[in-house]
Design a protein around this ligand. Structure first.
Ligand SMILES: [Zn+2]
Length: 462
């Protein structure tokens, strides 16, 4: 319904944002105007924001006061970006152990927005953000979805886990009038669910398909196998996992449009995204300072893979400075031909999780299972699920001091809720979880014979 799309874009969405005090549309406008500014102009803005953030963190966060003092660093010392290397990195474990000391004076923890994440290494983390910081992140995300061809007010099809269910009529109306989304739940992926998604698509006509990289591939395989050809979005946004080149080609063939690869994390929001030229991912230097570093802490050269380290320029509630995400990326040497001033990252590596399988053959995306277990149950520092057979799961858990019998019962309960009461779940408390030989960590591993799986699951995500 193109007319309704226009009404939502120009009337309902702005009204809803205004009523809720959301500044996202103002930030979208500001960022859209800035995107074709020159690199120097954008970097000088970024350096100014970085100085403000360091001064704020130094004045207001007990953690950074201590860390800066140990490094012999004062915010006034920052003359250019290279001075950032005098500061230590912030690890996931340091966030876990110092959460309260990272919150800035003047912000009440209760007033900040909470993000619980399993991150790229299955490590449970809670990060807080002030409202304006969040809205600036949404502003950038809206701009990037626009690069994929989507406009505010247009319905979206989302291949994702644990879709939110409206709990009252107000939320129901909001969903229809402001952000209409049809969902394919990756916690329960089977032929019937994919067919039902295809029918809903026909009725509602989304213009964008959004989902985890490998889930999009599996949907594409299903549609190709069934000869369903009417799902033709203007754009596709792939996120949360590595986009394997061969899967990308297949997705683009089936849907008849390009895939826009987007990279972000709950801790700092959108980090990089492709534009309509698809020559690499533009780094979000509007809201972040991003570094690529070698194992010895020195900066990676252009075209050399390094650890991705980010500093948020907008989260004043809980400043995140030199956070090592534990993903790796390659800074590109060439600018994008689109003319935008944001530098490019060539590719990101990390984020691997297999699909697991229920007794009836329905698939469960490991990446969605993280939200139901790791980010929800207290006491789990890191975890990994290995499926050896249809009814046998082994869960390796690195526990912290909050892990109790209740945590174990909650974990069993969640897994039996998903895989059925008959499922045999064994929980092993371990001291560490091994990485793959490639150096990557895998949240879920499926060892069932892949040929017997429906929806054409013929290979692991990587
Ligand atoms: Zn570009």
């Amino acid at each position: 319904m193109p007319f309704m799309n226009v009404v939502r874009r120009h009337l309902f969405y702005p009204l809803w944002a205004w009523k809720n005090g959301h500044g996202r549309l103002q930030f979208l406008k500001q960022y859209s105007a800035l995107q074709f500014s020159g690199r120097e102009e954008l970097e000088s803005r970024q350096l100014k924001m970085l100085k403000e953030m360091l001064s704020h963190a130094y004045r207001n966060c007990p953690y950074y006061r201590k860390v800066f003092a140990e490094a012999g660093f004062e915010p006034a010392d920052l003359r250019d970006f290279s001075d950032m290397r005098r500061l230590p990195l912030l690890s996931k474990q340091q966030i876990q152990e110092n959460r309260d000391a990272l919150v800035a004076d003047g912000f009440y923890k209760e007033s900040l927005i909470k993000f619980k994440t399993g991150g790229s290494t299955g490590t449970s983390l809670e990060v807080l953000c002030n409202g304006e910081g969040l809205e600036k992140g949404v502003g950038v995300a809206l701009m990037c979805f626009g690069w994929a061809g989507w406009k505010i007010g247009e319905p979206m099809g989302r291949v994702w886990g644990n879709p939110p269910i409206p709990s009252n009529w107000k939320e129901n109306i909001r969903d229809r009038l402001v952000e209409p989304i049809i969902w394919l739940d990756t916690m329960s992926l089977n032929d019937a669910a994919a067919d039902s998604f295809a029918r809903a698509w026909e009725r509602q006509g989304p213009t964008l398909l959004h989902g985890h990289a490998h889930s999009l591939f599996m949907l594409a395989e299903h549609l190709a196998r069934k000869g369903i050809r009417h799902i033709k979005p203007k754009g596709i946004v792939s996120t949360s996992m590595m986009l394997v080149p061969s899967e990308r080609v297949f997705i683009e063939e089936v849907f008849g449009t390009k895939v826009t690869n987007l990279y972000g994390c709950e801790e700092v929001g959108l980090i990089a995204c492709e534009c309509e030229k698809h020559e690499g991912m533009h780094l979000n230097i509007l809201n972040l300072f991003v570094e690529f570093i070698r194992d010895d802490g020195s900066p990676a050269d252009q075209e050399e893979e390094g650890d991705i380290v980010v500093t948020s320029l907008v989260n004043f509630g809980m400043p995140i400075i030199r956070y090592r995400i534990e993903d790796r990326g390659i800074p590109a040497s060439e600018p994008c031909s689109c003319g935008r001033g944001f530098p490019l990252m060539k590719e990101m590596t990390g984020r691997v999780a297999d699909f697991l399988m229920k007794a009836d053959g329905t698939l469960v995306a490991g990446i969605s299972l993280i939200e139901r277990t790791l980010t929800k149950i207290p006491g789990i520092r890191q975890m990994q699920i290995v499926q050896e057979s249809l009814d046998g799961l082994v869960v390796n858990v690195v526990a912290n001091q909050c892990y109790t019998g209740d945590s174990e019962a909650a974990l069993l309960n969640e897994l039996k809720g998903v895989f059925g009461l008959e499922a045999k779940v064994r929980i092993n408390i371990v001291s560490t979880i091994k990485q793959e030989r490639s150096g990557k960590y895998r949240f879920s591993i499926c060892r069932i014979n892949q040929h017997s799986q429906p929806l054409g699951l013929s290979r692991a995500p990587i």
